[in-house]
Design a protein. Structure first.
Length: 478
């Protein structure tokens, strides 16, 4: 357990025991840091975690207080139990149908895959972009092809180093977002018809990548808090000729699960098979530049390897579409496929991000982003607890901006999606997150829009829709 988790657990225990009462003020960050001999950032992390759990609240210019409006305790979804069989993937039609209807600005974006653009320092990025382009050697617009801007790759490598990873800039390939990174990795280590192990549930874009490349999926069980079930993965590896695994170890989409470091080490050991590659995708990596699995696996001996995919799209620069792969010894193969598919990522975006990273401020932005997302997650959890009917189950992630909600009474999430759209509310039905559409009574809700004042009213409306459908189901069953 990390130091911030230990401090958070101690405060949570005092709240649950009644030692700390509703409205009590917590020690200031400065006082707690000095008194416990920990850094201010550690105290902030502990308070963000407690805030995400709805146990405390931040009051502007006043500090942190025990939350007087703590939501009623809600059960979390049970660990998943997918069928351990290979499946053909056909999800794109449903994804385009569902999500294509919810892109308008007047739709409350609870079904969006992106946090609010208002959370990002777009004005500072614009200045960095303008400054970088003024100094850019014109020849670099035709010279900086794949693997990408040397300066940006060096800045990314420095962030790996700060997190305890030894990743060379030469091992990094800049891509058009994390999804191109994932596609290039899969193209490099698989062939059509190969089997890829994925989490259940998993991000629908990963399913689309498998569909596009003609790959078969085998789903691995997950826990809503800790992610991949290693026993299930071991069983899958024994039963099927798995050529690659694609996992999100930090704040998985849609669960929001965070794999403990000990599990990441076990994951690398479990995949110490020359025929299996590991692709790890971090959509909003708020703590480390690379998960333990990628840090150890990038240099695994033999043909097997870990490839770490990430991007700035959901943590800093939406719309810039700059991602990367830390591909280890697969870097040359990934770079060649990048050249053959899209040649290179946009030079202005790369140079603007390198300039921003050069002058600092990214970590300060991430701290502010974490705080905003944690606060709004607590707001969303309170709204769900207040408005949704009994029997609703909800994850309580320690980071990210998604909630995975299990609806009671066999309520059909696609029906909820259609009715919600009639009220200008977008949701992501669970059907999208599995190769066999098994999560028919689940929703993924985006709580990454703290600037959207329509959220509480939208949750109230959603709760009414779910309650009405559950009551109708109950009457039909009777």
């Amino acid at each position: 357990m990390k130091r911030y988790e230990e401090y958070a657990a101690e405060i949570a225990e005092r709240i649950e025991s009644g030692e700390l009462l509703a409205g009590d003020r917590l020690p200031s960050v400065r006082v707690a840091s000095a008194g416990r001999g920990i850094s201010p950032s550690t105290v902030f992390e502990a308070y963000y975690l407690l805030e995400a759990r709805g146990l405390i609240e931040a009051r502007p210019r006043s500090g942190y207080f025990v939350n007087a409006r703590r939501p009623r305790a809600q059960a979390e979804p049970e660990p998943t139990l997918p069928r351990e069989q290979t499946l053909e993937v056909e999800v794109s039609d449903l994804v385009f149908q569902v999500l294509g209807l919810a892109r308008q600005r007047d739709i409350v974006p609870l079904g969006s895959a992106f946090p609010s653009p208002a959370l990002f320092p777009l004005d500072k990025l614009s200045r960095s972009l303008a400054g970088a382009m003024r100094r850019l050697d014109p020849w670099r617009t035709v010279e900086d092809l794949s693997p990408g801007s040397e300066e940006l790759r060096r800045r990314i490598a420095l962030r790996y180093l700060a997190a305890g990873s030894s990743v060379e800039a030469t091992e990094i390939v800049v891509t058009n977002g994390a999804m191109e990174a994932l596609n290039l990795c899969l193209e490099t280590v698989t062939r059509p018809g190969d089997v890829v192990a994925i989490e259940s549930p998993t991000f629908y874009a990963a399913l689309q990548a498998l569909e596009r490349l003609g790959l078969r999926a085998v789903e691995v069980a997950t826990h809503p808090r800790t992610g991949v079930d290693l026993a299930s993965l071991a069983s899958v590896l024994d039963r099927h000729p798995v050529k690659a695994c694609w996992f999100m170890t930090n704040f998985q989409n849609p669960l929001g699960s965070l794999m403990p470091d000990a599990h990441k080490r076990e994951l690398v050991e479990l995949l110490a098979r020359p025929e299996v590659q590991l692709a790890v995708d971090i959509v909003l990596d708020q703590r480390n530049a690379a998960p333990a699995a990628a840090r150890q696996g990038l240099r695994r001996p033999g043909p097997g390897a870990a490839l770490h995919c990430s991007s700035f799209s959901k943590s800093l620069a939406p719309g810039y579409r700059v991602g990367w792969v830390a591909a280890g010894r697969h870097a040359e193969g990934v770079a060649r496929r990048k050249l053959m598919s899209s040649l290179a990522a946009a030079i202005p975006s790369q140079e603007g991000l390198a300039e921003y990273l050069r002058h600092g401020g990214y970590d300060r932005h991430l701290r502010q982003l974490r705080q905003a997302l944690a606060q709004h997650q607590a707001v969303a959890l309170r709204g769900i607890a207040k408005h949704f009917p009994p029997g609703t189950r909800t994850t309580r992630p320690e980071g990210g901006y998604f909630l995975w909600v299990e609806l009671p009474g066999g309520v059909d999430a696609l029906q909820v999606h259609r009715l919600a759209l009639s009220h200008n509310i977008g949701v992501a039905p669970g059907h999208l997150f599995s190769a066999d559409h098994r999560y028919a009574n689940f929703l993924r809700l985006n709580c990454g829009h703290p600037d959207d004042r329509r959220t509480d009213a939208a949750l109230r409306t959603l709760g009414q829709i779910v309650r009405s459908l559950a009551e109708t189901k109950g009457r039909q069953a009777a």
